[in-house]
Structure formats: C-alpha cells, structure tokens
Design a protein around this ligand. Sequence first.
Ligand SMILES: NC(=O)c1ccc[n+]([C@@H]2O[C@H](COP(=O)([O-])OP(=O)(O)OC[C@H]3O[C@@H](n4cnc5c(N)ncnc54)[C@H](OP(=O)(O)O)[C@@H]3O)[C@@H](O)[C@H]2O)c1
Length: 324
Amino acid sequence: MRAITFSEYGTLDVLQLKDVEKPVPKEAEVLIKVHAAAVNDWEEGLYSGKPYFMRHWYGWMKPKRRFQIPGCDVAGTIEAIGTGVTKFQPGDEVFGDLCVSGFGSFAEYVCAPETALALKSKQMTFVQAASFPQAAQLMVQGLIDVGKLQAGQKLLINGAGGGVGTFGVQIAKQIGAEVTVVDSGIKLDMLSSLGADHVIDYTKEDFTRNGMQYDLILDTKTSRSAFDYIRALSPTGIYATVGGSMPRYLQALLISFPLSLFSKKKIFVIAQKPNKDLAYMTEMFESGKVKPIIDGPYALDKYREAMAHFLKAEHKGKVIINMV
Ligand SMILES: NC(=O)c1ccc[n+]([C@@H]2O[C@H](COP(=O)([O-])OP(=O)(O)OC[C@H]3O[C@@H](n4cnc5c(N)ncnc54)[C@H](OP(=O)(O)O)[C@@H]3O)[C@@H](O)[C@H]2O)c1
C-alpha cells in the first residue's frame, strides 16, 4: 500500500510517499481502507520529534517503527476484522481519532482498535467525517464539559479560524452564546458566515486590552500571557486552553491553582479525551447544526503541499487528505 512515512526526525522533507506492507489486524483491531485523513499539529510533532519530551513515547534517536506513519483523524471502510471484534463488520463505514492508538491514517490502509472508532453517518462524506474527530472533540470538551457554556453568555474563541474554532463557533451558536472570534483578517469573513457575532483581527487589536470581558475564553493558540487572559475574564469567567505556545501553556497550568485560591475566575488546560463524543458530533451534523469547513481535499501525493499549507496557517477549517 502507499503511505506517507518517515524513518528519522527532521523537517517536512523527512516525509516520503512510499510503498509499504499492508497491515494485518491484531486481536480487537480492524483493518480500515482509508478514504480520508485530516492534518493536525500531531503530524509536525511526530516527524520533528518535538517537543523533545514526546520522544519518550515515540523513540529517542529515531521514531519507533510503529510511529513512522503519521495521521490521527481517519474516515474509511472496514475491510477486515481481527479476533474478538464485536462492534463492526467488513463493509462498515467508520471514523475516529487514532492519536492514542499509534496514528497511521496517512496511508491507504490502517489498523485500529475498534474502541477508537464509531460508525460514520451515511449523510456524511468521508472527507467531512475525517474533519470531525480531533477538532470537534476538543471543542466539545472546551465549551461544554469544561466551559459549561450557557445561552446568553459571552464567549471568545482565540485562534478561531482553524479546525477547532470553526466547529466551536457553530456549537456555541447552537447553545445560544454571544460569540467573539479572534484570528487574522483573512479568516474573519468565513467566521462571520458561521454565525460569529463579533470579529477581532489579532494583528490589529489586542482583545485582552480593549476593556471587554468574557464568561468563557476558549483558546487554540495560547498566544498571550495568562495574566492578560485573566484580565479579559468576567468575575466568574473561565479560561480554557487546548494548545498553542508551550511556555504559555505551562504558565497557564501553573497559575490555575493559585488563581482558584484568590478568585472566582478559573483557568483550565484541557487534555483531550479522544473519541468521547463521536455520537454527539454525528447528531449535530445530521440535524444540520454543524457543518465542517473543509480545506482541500488534497490527493495523497500532494501531502507535502497540504502539510505546508497547514504549517503556514493559510488554511481555513480542516485540511483533508483524500486517499481515493
Ligand atoms: N489539548 C490536547 O489534548 C490537544 C490535542 C490535540 C491538539 N491540540 C491543540 O489544539 C490546537 C488545534 O487547533 P486548530 O487545529 O484549530 O489549529 P489551527 O487549525 O492551526 O488554527 C489556529 C488558528 O489560529 C490562528 N492564529 C495564529 N496565531 C494567532 C494569534 N496570535 N492569535 C489568534 N489567532 C492566531 C491561525 O491563523 P493565522 O496564523 O493566519 O493567524 C489559525 O487560523 C493546537 O494548538 C493543538 O496543539 C491539543
């Protein structure tokens, strides 16, 4: 089968499209014929081997064999099942996030535990299905599980134009929140079209210094200091970050406990729980409440363009690689 693979750490150039052996499902695993996969930050982390502490899992000097094909979001058709699989059968169309089960979706076939997958809605294309698992999961956790977002509350999403934020705007509008989005100017029209009430171009305005305060700030970039975010929260406001600048991410983590002793404001650093809400995402999609914003799709042999486009943050929504 064809797969995007790498055998040493480095820049984007270490990724190569190669013919490799088709995998065979082990016990409790299924073999998926991949139709589409989404690009995430994970890919750069894997092939660059950074941040370095991640090498504890992926291999210190070079990537371990089982981590040599990147790709976590997957949508495809089950071709074979291993012993003990009870949830699926060959022919089932599935989607899911493989980030805790060995990655590998940038390939024509991948094996995955059945627990990492859910049935794909017939109403969803494979390209749409691949856009959901990781990005929408982070937003459901951020807005609903941690943020406890309520109708009428003021929400700000920082870094809203990518995969996570474009789902977030739509989910938050369904909840009935007043939504402000922050991103670069070229993404703001698209975000307004998704229902954002207010838009801020971060290259022109610092939302932490304009006097506005929010009940919930959901951050995909952690681009400012934790103290700036605290200033922009209402007296009982919540700041929740899913990722971004590592030093700022750690600063937010360190400040969260002392802040809770002196203030009703709260800081949360979210650790994703993969695939927890695939059924909820399906329901939101089928009822027409959420539609994925797709950048691409790119053919498998155009993976380098797709990755470069994502790394330069030129994309809007989710960048998708199409295998068929
Ligand atoms: N917590 C977990 O367990 C977990 C798991 C997986 C992923 N993650 C994290 O979740 C995040 C994924 O977000 P995503 O996929 O939506 O990212 P994305 O697609 O890269 O989107 C981020 C957006 O932020 C914008 N941006 C860049 N600098 C900014 C700034 N200073 N202020 C405001 N906006 C800015 C970018 O556009 P411009 O560059 O054009 O401005 C882009 O539109 C990543 O940080 C990833 O590491 C976390």
